[in-house]
Design a protein around this ligand. Structure first.
Ligand SMILES: *[C@@H]1O[C@H](CO)[C@@H](O)[C@H](O)[C@H]1NC(C)=O
Ligand SMILES: *[C@@H]1O[C@H](CO)[C@@H](O)[C@H](O)[C@H]1NC(C)=O
Ligand SMILES: *[C@@H]1O[C@H](CO)[C@@H](O)[C@H](O)[C@H]1NC(C)=O
Ligand SMILES: *[C@@H]1O[C@H](CO)[C@@H](O)[C@H](O)[C@H]1NC(C)=O
Ligand SMILES: *[C@@H]1O[C@H](CO)[C@@H](O)[C@H](O)[C@H]1NC(C)=O
Ligand SMILES: *[C@@H]1O[C@H](CO)[C@@H](O)[C@H](O)[C@H]1NC(C)=O
Ligand SMILES: *[C@@H]1O[C@H](CO)[C@@H](O)[C@H](O)[C@H]1NC(C)=O
Length: 293
């Protein structure tokens, strides 16, 4: 019954004004104790598909932040050069699925599949160790603007205080299409609740990674999954609900793995904070919009 209502409403194209970011339609509630997301929940979530050696495969997820731009973990769309800088791969090797809860399933009504015209990696994106990169933000530009619908809408960037203390103790949601905590790749949009903690737990667990970094305290924050739910590998974006709108705040850096390669959901997870890069993100989006005129 609910599904039928959703399908009818895709044809209702919503306004694309900047003030309408971060809105999730009210027609359903989040699935209690569940992890699977409805198509109208987290409608800014996109799936990145990348071609390597002739084969397309899932390379994580990104968040729609304008009608043409997606923010993603830089490693999804870059390679590491000899000086450890992250550089963009060819846009021809990247495809984006929008409005879709299942990777590659184009039978879902309201889903879209788009090519990419440009990839911009943060100029200071660097791999500092095998498990840690810094400034690992990529902006993917779609070949064409999308029309916003109930299933395809942008998320807001963080426009509030940059003070990390203010998010400690708050709940957030991690959303992705990656591997579940049992190590099985689901390729289906799922979410998990997390609570931001102070950084001391992460400083102990990730001391090996963080020793490469000089000013960890402002760049990273630490969060722990609730109800034994948590992110794994390619599940990588963390959102906060502030008032009625959802805001992107963190990109996953590192999780603890069990010996069998599954993710240890009881351990805190390290996130890179995007607040220091919001001005850069806005400048790239603005410049590229000017290029189109
Ligand atoms: C692509 O092929 C090359 C050469 O066989 C190999 O070194 C590389 O790891 C492959 N890349 C991927 C992502 O499979
Ligand atoms: C593509 O991105 C680069 C930065 O990576 C930027 O200099 C260039 O203007 C962009 N081109 C277009 C057509 O948006
Ligand atoms: C990159 O690092 C340089 C040197 O620290 C700094 O001046 C510049 O603002 C940084 N770029 C961005 C986009 O943050
Ligand atoms: C957006 O809507 C316009 C007008 O209906 C249509 O021409 C265009 O193809 C749509 N764009 C996409 C990406 O679906
Ligand atoms: C890995 O080990 C954990 C804990 O022992 C277990 O719960 C999980 O199912 C295992 N995953 C796989 C893929 O075997
Ligand atoms: C961080 O949290 C732990 C556990 O709640 C607490 O013992 C510790 O004092 C806190 N550290 C700081 C710097 O607030
Ligand atoms: C941290 O500082 C050391 C010494 O000043 C420097 O060699 C290293 O490159 C710095 N690391 C980063 C990630 O900036």
């Amino acid at each position: 019954m609910l599904k039928i209502i959703f399908i009818i409403s895709i044809f209702k194209i919503v306004s694309a004004s900047a003030s309408s970011c971060g809105i999730m339609s009210q027609s359903s509630s989040l699935i209690v104790n569940g992890e699977f997301s409805w198509q109208n929940e987290f409608p800014w979530m996109t799936i990145i598909s990348r071609k390597d050696n002739g084969t397309w495969s899932h390379h994580g997820s990104g968040s729609l932040i304008s009608a043409k731009h997606i923010i993603a973990h830089a490693l999804a769309v870059s390679y590491v050069d000899l000086s450890s800088q992250l550089l963009p791969i060819s846009p021809k090797r990247v495809k984006i699925y929008l409005g879709s809860v299942k990777y590659g399933d184009m039978r879902e009504q309201g889903s879209l599949h788009m090519t990419v015209s440009n990839i911009t990696i943060h100029p200071n994106a660097t791999k500092v160790s095998n498990s840690l990169s810094v400034n690992k933000f990529a902006i993917i530009k779609l070949s064409n603007a999308v029309n916003f619908t109930e299933f395809i809408r942008p998320v807001c960037l963080w426009t509030f205080s940059h003070n990390m203390e203010e998010i400690i103790g708050r709940d957030a949601y991690i959303v992705g299409y990656g591997v579940n905590f049992k190590g099985r790749e689901t390729l289906t949009r799922k979410y998990a609740r997390m609570t931001v903690t102070n950084s001391s737990a992460c400083e102990q667990i990730y001391s090996n990674e963080l020793k490469f970094e000089n000013s960890t305290s402002s760049r990273f924050f630490c969060a722990i999954g609730k109800n034994n739910e948590g992110p794994c590998k390619k599940d990588n974006q963390l959102f906060f609900k502030v008032g009625n709108s959802w805001h992107l705040r963190g990109i996953l850096s590192t999780v603890v793995y069990l010996e069998n390669g599954s993710c240890h959901v009881k351990k805190p997870v390290l996130f890179e904070d995007i607040v220091g890069s919001v001005k850069w993100i806005e400048s790239v989006v603005k410049d590229e919009e000017n290029v189109d005129v």
